[in-house]
Design a protein around this ligand. Structure first.
Ligand SMILES: Nc1ncnc2c1ncn2[C@@H]1O[C@H](COP(=O)(O)OP(=O)(O)OP(=O)(O)O)[C@@H](O)[C@H]1O
Ligand SMILES: [Mg+2]
Length: 263
């Protein structure tokens, strides 16, 4: 992790007038925002303001939701993410996602990790083994599971399952990891492990994390985007560096929210 990469100012996502509607009802009013490459951006705001919708539009998981309509433009690494010629499987490899509740498959720890590799065409056993170990090491889980790789992943604790989900995403060598409240189902110790993990990913990966926990946003984020809602429609109030957004917010809504007065 070099300082240069960590402090990259290059946007990996250039978002212009992104708007999301479900069954014709606008959930997120047009958002324009750049997200920096290899930085950690936290998305904060009250329940229902469109954070998850925004996040899922970034790797086109919104495609899978019937009656969800995405408009505007997202450039990912310079290319139009919603261009009809964009390969969605490739997009999801490059942009992984971690959900609020760990979603391990009901099979062994090892199979959980081999499966995505096989889906992407890797057959060589030795290479698969190497990648499994590396992903578990990168997700800070290897030491805890190296002697039980054949056990069912559902026998792991919630915190371990969440780190397995991170490993499953890392194994495909993504560039971006989207995390939707990754710690909300976890105890404080597991939460700390995930936060440490986010710290280590920073500089090598772009991390975009939704959190309701403002202290967590202060601990992990380089940049913060604050969403709010009015009459059931979410919108972006402001975005900036962590220091600016928490210490010198430009809008009174942000000031109230970060000081715990609202939300
Ligand atoms: N699949 C869906 N179908 C219909 N409406 C939806 C769907 N998903 C989200 N919405 C609506 O879009 C709005 C924004 O929801 P979203 O889940 O993006 O908010 P959020 O900020 O992530 O909230 P929370 O903090 O509670 O997770 C809400 O009004 C929600 O009801
Ligand atoms: Mg949500």
């Amino acid at each position: 992790m070099s300082i240069d990469r960590r402090e990259s100012v290059h946007p990996i996502f250039q978002i212009e007038n992104l708007s999301i509607a479900y069954r014709g009802v606008v959930a997120l009013a047009p958002v324009s925002l750049n997200l920096r490459k290899n930085a950690v951006t936290a998305l904060i705001g009250p329940s229902g303001c469109g954070k998850t919708s925004f996040l899922t539009a970034l790797n086109r998981l919104t495609d899978m939701i019937p009656e969800c309509r995405v408009s505007g433009r997202i450039r990912f690494d310079g290319s139009d993410l919603y261009d009809p010629i964009t390969n969605v499987l490739d997009v999801r490899r490059r942009i992984g996602m971690i959900f609020q509740n760990p979603t391990v498959f009901p099979m062994s720890i090892q199979r959980n990790l081999e499966l995505p590799l096989e889906e992407h065409g890797l057959k060589d056993r030795g290479e698969k083994q190497k990648r499994v170990q590396k992903a578990l090491e990168d997700a800070a889980l290897w030491e805890e599971v190296k002697d039980r790789l054949k056990e069912n992943a559902q026998s792991l604790s919630g915190g371990q399952q969440q780190r397995l989900c991170v490993a499953r995403s890392l194994i495909l060598e993504p560039e971006v990891i989207l995390m939707d409240e990754p710690c909300s189902a976890l105890d404080p110790l597991s939460t700390r492990k995930i936060e440490e993990l986010i710290h280590r990913l920073r500089g090598d990966y772009t991390v975009i994390v939704v959190t309701h926990n403002l202290a967590q946003a202060r601990r992990v984020a380089d940049d913060v985007a604050f969403f709010w809602m009015r009459e059931q429609t979410g919108f972006l109030v402001e975005a900036g560096s962590r220091e600016q957004l928490f210490a010198q917010p430009r809008h009174p809504e942000t000031q109230s929210y970060v000081n715990g007065l609202e939300g």
